[in-house]
Design a binder for this molecule. Structure first.
Ligand SMILES: NC(=O)c1ccc[n+]([C@@H]2O[C@H](COP(=O)([O-])OP(=O)(O)OC[C@H]3O[C@@H](n4cnc5c(N)ncnc54)[C@H](OP(=O)(O)O)[C@@H]3O)[C@@H](O)[C@H]2O)c1
Length: 314
């Protein structure tokens, strides 16, 4: 039986990933910092391991005997004393060192789409993307086999973007930053999970394989305005209230609000991720999976069906 350790397994991407791995008869050791996180992992069939601090010693104990580690536990916003340096960079260093000590040959890491444009565009040049770049380097510098995924928005039940839009639509007003022409290329959470599992459980590529970096993007790049429209269609089809007007907020006002504590729940780096206009070629991901990717409308329909709030069955 294949064995996998997943950090951040209690999270939005981690739980469906753990569930799918279990469905494929893979043993999943899911790492969480608390018993509550552990319960969320057990709920989907994983074996929880509570490691309160990301340190090599306790992580190596959990990693003993696994075929690969999937490292998801990182943050997209600094708050409550958690810094990108401590969580994203030093946490990744600890995971990589633990993999070395436990002789786990392969580490799969979730970075961010846009890292490749650090220093090239303003919205990709912030401390979040820098920490993801540094996390990648922690892995590339090691002697473990490295697979890095760089996700665009991951869409599925409970994701922040769709959930926020549904709430605003139910309130009758959606705040759109600027003209909404900036693009995104959302990927279904089930495809993100399947891709990570395909990479984690593939046969060994041979000695000294170069690191692999794969952009985790869906089949369709859309403008944010189009994403609003498509989410509204999915919401109406599922019986969610979606009669609303779009109110434009200037980019400057949104930046000011984000810096002062949050724009519609987004911190400055999260706003950069929305506005960064990053898209990519889904070909390498499709090749890895050996099948077509879920369409944006399928991904949105699943996200809306799983979202909290008024729907036909509630
Ligand atoms: N979702 C997206 O659209 C998206 C887009 C781009 C990149 N990514 C990347 O993909 C990965 C997974 O994303 P996600 O949306 O599943 O994230 P998530 O829901 O926030 O889950 C991440 C998990 O990390 C753990 N965690 C949080 N802070 C931590 C800390 N300080 N130390 C150790 N563990 C901590 C939490 O588990 P416990 O509290 O149980 O320990 C949490 O469940 C992340 O690396 C993220 O940056 C996601």
């Amino acid at each position: 039986m294949a064995r996998l350790a997943i950090t951040g397994a209690s999270g939005f991407v981690g739980r469906p990933m753990a569930a799918e791995a279990v469905r494929r008869h893979t043993e999943v050791r899911g790492i969480a910092r608390s018993d509550e996180g552990g319960r969320r992992i057990a709920d989907v069939g994983g074996r929880p391991a509570v490691v309160p601090r990301m340190e090599p010693g306790p992580l190596a104990e959990v990693f003993a005997g696994v075929d690969a580690v999937v490292h998801l536990a990182m943050i997209g916003r600094e708050r409550g004393g958690e810094t990108y340096e401590a969580v994203n960079v030093l946490g990744t260093r600890a995971v990589v060192e633990a993999a070395r000590r436990a002789r786990v040959p392969r580490v799969v890491l979730f970075s961010g789409l846009g890292v490749a444009h650090y220093g090239m565009t303003r919205r990709c040049t912030n401390s979040y993307f820098r920490s993801k770049l540094a996390a990648e380097l922690e892995l590339f510098r090691s002697d473990r086999e490295a697979v890095v995924f760089r996700p665009s928005y991951v869409v599925g039940p409970g994701d922040g973007l769709v959930t926020g839009l549904l709430r605003e639509m139910a309130e009758g007003r959606v705040a759109r930053v600027g003209d909404g022409g900036y693009r995104l290329q959302p990927i279904a959470v089930a495809d993100a999970a399947a891709a990570a599992l395909a990479a984690a459980l593939a046969p060994p590529p041979g000695r000294d394989a170069p690191p692999r970096v794969i952009d985790l993007v869906g089949p369709e790049a859309v403008s944010f305005q189009s994403f609003i429209d498509r989410t509204a269609s999915a919401a109406r089809a599922a019986g969610h209230p979606a009669e609303f007007r779009v109110e434009e907020v200037s980019v400057e006002d949104a930046d000011r609000a984000a810096a002062a504590g949050g724009f519609r729940g987004l911190g400055p780096d999260e706003l950069d991720c929305l506005l960064c206009d990053e898209v990519s070629d889904p070909g390498p991901l499709r090749h890895l999976l050996g099948r077509p990717l879920a369409s944006l409308d399928e991904a949105l329909a699943r996200a809306v069906r799983g979202a909290p709030g008024p729907g036909p069955t509630r």
